[in-house]
Ligand binder design. Sequence first.
Ligand code: NAD
Length: 331
Amino acid sequence: MADKKILITGGAGFIGGNFVHHMVTKYPEYMIYNLDLLTYAGELAKHNSLVENPNYKFIQADIADYELIMNIFKKEEFDYVVHFAAESHVDRSITDPSIFVKTNVMGTQALLDAAKEIGVEKFVHVSTDEVYGELDFDPTTFFTEETPLQPNSPYSASKAASDFLVRSYHETFGLPINITRCSNNYGPYHFPEKLIPLTISRVHNDQNVPVYGNGQNIRDWLHVEDHCKAIDLVLHEGTDGEVYNVGGHNEKTNLEVVKTIIKHLGKSEELIEFVEDRLGHDKRYAIDPSKLEALGWKPEHNFDSGIKHTIEWYLENEEWWKPLLDKGVEV
Ligand code: NAD
């Protein structure tokens, strides 16, 4: 009999997939459920090693299918929910915002109702620093948990709406929740439409690398393993109702990231191609994670070693990402 039943939504995606492995490995006494619709961003090959594991179960379902989600919760009676499932690509939210509202807002609401109905012990909602809007280039300013939410893209607006819903289920119904807001993640199994894997694959294949605007936008890079440990800690030790920011203290301009990858792969910076800037492109994100650090977390990866390992992982695992690119991922 499993000690705890944990539902992980979006466990076929990048961060959720890494979190599934983290939890299955660290907690053999838990039953881990991975619920995912398998959109273009979800794929199960990363979990091939888990198929025979009796403590792991995959459920294919749409979080926005209210009745189905309610029935699954009533049947499986989860103790904990860790909610990653989302439409996650800002560029796609600019061309088609409606699916972001359906999945990120209505899907989260369906999960909250189901969690309330069966009385889960903890609902951890994985959100993003993008809900805070943007910072200017003053390196002494950071997002804290008190920073007002000012989302700028349809993606971040849909995530902010889901954050408010999660908060409201705590305030109105007493649902035990935490919200985590992390900076940009990198590491194994990152879908190849995103900046770092896209750059690695294109540089590796001697293709031009598109860089938005002048490349000076700053992101605060967080290794996905550090993020998984943070969520594990919040799930088990987080104070009920609290928000925790997760950041790696690794601020880099997009251009620095691209140049670092080019250098590691021994290629020429002539591959860099500056393209028209993204609409509403936020200037800078930077996280103050001191509240989470007070709980006992600190990032173990710095960007220099983390990016090196990540590049090596992509070179060794071309059979994972190449079919995704060949399927015609739009970038
Ligand atoms: P991802 O796009 O790699 O994975 C999302 C997963 O959700 C996919 O497996 C997809 O199939 C699944 N999904 C999408 N719609 C669904 C639906 N309707 N029902 C069930 N499953 C569905 O995303 P990611 O990068 O792993 O991000 C995970 C979470 O972390 C998201 O909530 C995102 O907002 C947040 N986040 C990500 C980053 C980052 O750098 N990647 C940064 C901050 C926050």
